[in-house]
Design a protein around this ligand. Sequence first.
Ligand SMILES: [Zn+2]
Length: 79
Amino acid sequence: MLKKINTAIIQKLTYDCEQATAKISLSHEQPLNKAERLQLYAHRKMCKECEQFYQNDKKLSRMIAKHKYQNITNIHKRP
Ligand SMILES: [Zn+2]
């Protein structure tokens, strides 16, 4: 019984999967504030799927950033 209540409270305080993935996607457009980051972190600790999404997203955005950088340097190298 007590465990059920605790879980309900925790779910109220943290994001559900839909909110979590939305925040992860949004974090590319604008940095999350401290509370958002904390809630996202808490959700990722409880939810394997969103942790996986976060890790994939991080990898992907790093690839995109690298790609963009290479394009810029290529442009500069052109005579
Ligand atoms: Zn989730």
